[in-house]
Design a protein around this ligand. Structure first.
Ligand code: HEC
Length: 422
């Protein structure tokens, strides 16, 4: 902590208190009595400036205005700004209410907070009430709709099942990684008036079930050539970054740009091994930088048709002439493992979901999204509203150790210094 005159105050006060006791005896002011003009701690003592410990002495090294004071550590502007913030539970409650229940605090809530002797406890109790409110369920369902970029009913197809499931896990403070591991009840319905969720399983006959990853409305919404949009959705929604998903030190593979994925360059298909799209092309961009990971993942999603229903054969097509149906060889040479990440083989969607649940980047993405929700930021990927790792490191550790509970996380964020100080 930087020393300055403010911290000298208590010393003077202590000296004053000591002198008051001394005066009870009626003695003349002793040398340590601040009212004694020869006392070196008496700021009015004209001889003081020679006292090297006198804070008003311009040569005193602890005097911040001392020009010869280069050894004094100074706070960065950032640290000074952080330290200068003041707690304002009234303002924090206003923003929290808007986010968590969609309205401003009521007059009664404001009065209760104002009247409370322990404002921190009163504010935290109010956050608990908002988080338990039926309107919170609707707010967080809207957050998950935005996050997943789907919702509503279009042409009689209900696109709300995945946002509903995420909202239910949040409201019930369950483990959020159930999003990727649930085998039943991952397509609940939601009543926005009552805030009630009704459990329901997805109508999906896939052999391997993995929460929202096998939710038909997600797979339908993200249907595309070769199925790549489905893994893109997974990456951007739950890892919070665009592809490339895996980046290592650049290697020269003979192209204009370098190759940066951890997989062997020839571990994905190209025309060289009879693939019909040249993912080993390096002329303009190095396709493999993104497709090394994507091509090891996407075949897990290719048997879902344009309605998101599972079929026994591939259902997505190549964008080439005649739009033929894909084969595994279009993505990978024979024998290459299907994988969430390099050295994380995931032969089916259930293991893919489990690998996601265990990935620290996924945990950090949930925390970053919760953080941006509280602070009113736009989508982390689309608007590059990035949250530096150091800012949320404590919350990420607590979220992971505590079992991925989103409501608990939101309570922490909404009661943190960053949220309550202005
Ligand atoms: C920066 C990452 C990146 C690079 C580099 C990249 N791709 Fe892709 N590619 C993607 C993503 C992400 C998608 C899915 C886009 C979507 O559907 O939203 C995709 C989709 C595709 C598709 C399906 C397109 C369609 O019509 O839907 C093909 C084919 C493809 N890429 C081939 C290539 C080839 C060939 C190269 C190199 C010349 C390449 N990609 C380079 C990320 C990349």
């Amino acid at each position: 902590m930087r020393l300055n005159r403010r911290y000298i105050g208590p010393v003077l006060a202590a000296a004053l208190a000591a002198s008051a006791i001394g005066c009870i005896g009626g003695e003349s002011p002793g040398p340590s009595d601040p009212s004694n003009p020869t006392n070196p701690t008496d700021p009015t003592n004209p001889t003081n400036p020679t006292d090297p410990t006198d804070p008003t002495n311009p040569t005193n090294p602890t005097n911040p205005t001392n020009p010869t004071q280069p050894t004094q550590p100074t706070l960065s502007e950032w640290e000074r700004n952080l330290a200068a913030r003041n707690t304002d539970y009234g303002s924090a409650m206003r923003t929290a209410a808007l986010k968590l229940v969609g309205t401003l605090p009521t007059l009664a809530e404001i009065k209760d907070l104002n009247a409370a002797t322990d404002k921190k406890a009163a504010y935290e109790a109010q956050i608990d009430k908002y988080l338990a409110d039926a309107r919170f369920a609707a707010q967080i369902q809207a957050f998950w709709r935005d996050t997943m970029k789907q919702g509503g009913t279009i042409n009689n197809v209900n696109y709300d099942t995945a946002p509903n499931f995420a909202a239910q896990l949040t409201v019930e403070d369950r483990n959020l990684t159930e999003l990727f591991t649930a085998t039943t009840n991952s397509c609940p319905t939601f009543n926005a008036q009552t805030g009630a969720f009704t459990a329901a399983s997805c109508t999906q006959a896939s052999p391997s079930k993995a929460g929202v990853l096998t939710d038909p409305s997600v797979l339908r919404q993200q249907f595309s050539n070769m199925g790549f949009r489905r893994v893109r959705w997974v990456q951007e929604t739950f890892v919070c970054t665009k592809y490339p998903a895996e980046v290592v030190a650049p290697q020269d593979v003979g192209g204009a740009a370098k190759y940066t994925a951890p997989w062997p360059f020839t571990s994905i298909s190209g025309t060289a091994n009879m693939g019909r799209v040249d993912f080993r092309d390096t002329q303009a961009v190095v396709c493999a930088n993104c497709h090394a990971t994507m091509n090891h993942q996407t075949p897990l999603f290719i048997n879902f048709d344009m309605n998101g229903a599972y079929q026994n054969t591939p259902q997505v097509r190549l964008p080439t002439a005649g739009t033929p149906v894909v084969t595994l060889l279009d993505y990978l040479p024979a024998g290459e493992p299907l994988s969430w990440r390099k050295d994380k083989p995931t032969p089916d969607l259930a293991s893919f979901g489990a690998a996601m649940a265990a990935d620290p980047d996924v945990a950090e993405c949930f925390v970053a999204r919760g953080w941006n929700f509280a602070f009113g930021k736009n989508d982390i990927v689309n608007s590059l509203a990035l949250v530096p790792h150091e800012v949320i490191a404590t919350q990420v550790a607590a979220f992971t150790a505590g079992g991925f509970k989103m409501k608990t996380l939101l309570k922490q964020i909404f009661t943190s210094d960053d949220f309550t100080k202005f």
